[in-house]
Write a new protein. Structure first.
Length: 244
């Protein structure tokens, strides 16, 4: 088995928010992290790439492995949210959200997972959302993409498990990142969040997560400590989904 100091991880969405926290945490844990994002980032080994450009993913993973060594972990974090009441749903925003949060992760997982399987070990984590199981208005494409990615996580776990590749999803609830700002409003700073979730008690821990708290769960799933969790969905939501 590779020692932690020799392990290479590919993290998508690593320029901001949860992806940046995952990249930072895995670096602390001894991984060499390749930080992929469509936006430039100051991280070492940053790769500017659109995850929805799936035709290039086999070549991309081959390149990453050629430069940095065999991938021990892939963490799919990249995401976007476009608020869209169903009557204003457009083909463009639907395709964009599914491209980034479903097509991209699946084809990266195929490229990385098949190589990991050939070597007999690997870890893949897909960051989904409580929206995969609990929906809200104006988020039809986002919800469908996240639910689809959780389904794909289970299928990948079944197919890759016999070859030592463990595949899981991590589903956050409210997290303090720029994604909480929708149409210029920070939903975590508004009356809606305070009265309903904090004072109203729908959120048992009464506060949003920090990105590092989500990263800690991802770090466990890709670590050598995780030898038997696969096909699972770990919910990191401060208790949100048990209250409604
Ligand atoms: N913030 C939350 O409350 C929350 C809750 C549940 C799930 N999530 C999920 O967590 C993930 C990270 O979100 P975040 O809150 O850190 O948001 P964020 O906007 O801070 O970070 C998302 C990152 O993904 C990158 N990205 C977007 N499109 C991309 C593309 N086509 N190719 C490559 N990179 C791309 C962005 O540039 C950005 O760096 C997303 O998948 C999101 O759906 C977030």
């Amino acid at each position: 088995m590779q020692r932690p100091t020799e392990r290479v991880a590919l993290v998508t969405g690593a320029a901001n928010g949860i992806g940046a926290a995952v990249a930072e945490r895995l670096e602390q844990d001894g991984f060499t992290v390749v930080a992929l994002d469509v936006e430039p980032s100051p991280r070492p080994r940053a790769l500017v790439q659109d995850v929805s450009a799936i035709d290039g993913h086999d070549a991309l993973v081959e390149d990453v492995e050629g430069t940095h060594g065999p991938l021990a972990a892939l963490v799919n974090v990249a995401g976007i949210f476009i608020a869209e009441p169903v009557e204003r749903l457009t083909v463009e925003s639907y395709r964009r959200q599914l491209g980034v949060m479903l097509d991209g992760p699946i084809f990266l997982a195929r490229a990385a997972g098949v190589r990991m399987a050939g070597r007999g070990s690997g870890r893949i984590v897909n960051v989904t959302s409580v929206h995969a199981s609990n929906s809200e208005a104006s988020s039809i494409s986002y919800d469908a993409a996240k639910a689809g990615l959780e389904a794909a996580t289970r299928t990948l776990a079944i197919e890759l498990g016999p070859f030592g590749v463990l595949v899981n999803s991590v589903a956050p609830g409210f997290v303090r990142t720029r994604m909480s700002v929708v149409d210029g409003q920070d939903e975590l700073a508004g009356d809606w969040f305070r009265t309903r979730y904090v004072e109203g008690g729908l959120l048992p821990l009464r506060r949003p997560a920090e990105p590092a708290e989500v990263a800690a769960t991802v770090a466990h799933l890709v670590s050598d400590d995780n030898t038997y969790v696969t096909g699972a969905r770990l919910v990191v939501d401060g208790g949100l989904t048990v209250t409604f």
